[in-house]
Design a protein around this ligand. Structure first.
Ligand code: IMP
Length: 183
């Protein structure tokens, strides 16, 4: 076995947002999106890997037809801070020309990843590109960029759980939690 074993909550300082609170908010986001896109079939473009749990819950809280695809972007930097140099490691498979695209992102921090993805997708002539982000750390922002749908504003701390990782761990924590500062 690779790495340390034991309690999943080792190195967790506290729960920031519970799974129940997330579920309620994801339901609200789904209802808003269902209303706003009622006369179209949007493409939900999930940003891997952090979106995988959010995407699964959000897609099921949307009551209109949608299509789902995934994109993966790697950002060079240390394990807790992106550098802004973004590289696409998996593109979406479907054509988005003439489609409404909703990027589904786990968290917006500096905004550099999102800015790159929006600009890249817009070159393909979609009808629109909007963003649904579960978590938003406005204090980390380096670019003036805002999610059109935002789940929770959170403080400038590193968050794990509900799909978000630290060195690939903690994604399977059901709650959004704060890592101990020294970790
Ligand atoms: P940005 O480019 O700085 O906005 O960062 C976007 C990406 O960095 C997110 O999609 C996450 O993958 C990662 N990230 C930023 N903050 C956190 C965090 O607090 N926990 C886990 N991942 C984060």
């Amino acid at each position: 076995m690779n790495g340390t074993s034991g309690d999943l909550r080792n190195n967790i300082e506290k729960t920031l947002i519970t799974a129940d609170e997330i579920a309620a908010r994801v339901g609200e986001l789904g209802r808003m999106i269902s209303g706003d896109y009622v006369s179209s079939v949007p493409v939900l473009a999930g940003v891997l890997k952090g979106c995988f749990i959010f995407m699964a819950d959000l897609a099921r809280s949307i009551s209109i037809p949608v299509e789902v695809d995934f994109i993966a972007a790697a950002s060079y930097g240390d394990s807790t801070r992106s550098s802004g140099v973004v590289r696409i490691t998996k593109d979406i498979d479907m054509s988005i020309t003439g489609r409404h695209v909703l990027i589904v992102e786990d968290i917006v921090d500096t905004g550099l990843t999102l800015d790159y993805l929006i600009r890249m997708l817009k070159t393909r002539n979609p009808l629109s590109v909007k963003v649904c982000a579960l978590f938003d750390k406005p204090s980390g922002r380096k670019l003036d960029i805002k999610a059109d749908y935002s789940g929770f504003l959170i403080p400038d701390r590193y968050v794990v759980g509900y799909g978000l990782d630290h060195d690939e761990r903690y994604r399977n924590l059901p709650d959004a939690c704060l890592l101990k500062e020294e970790h």
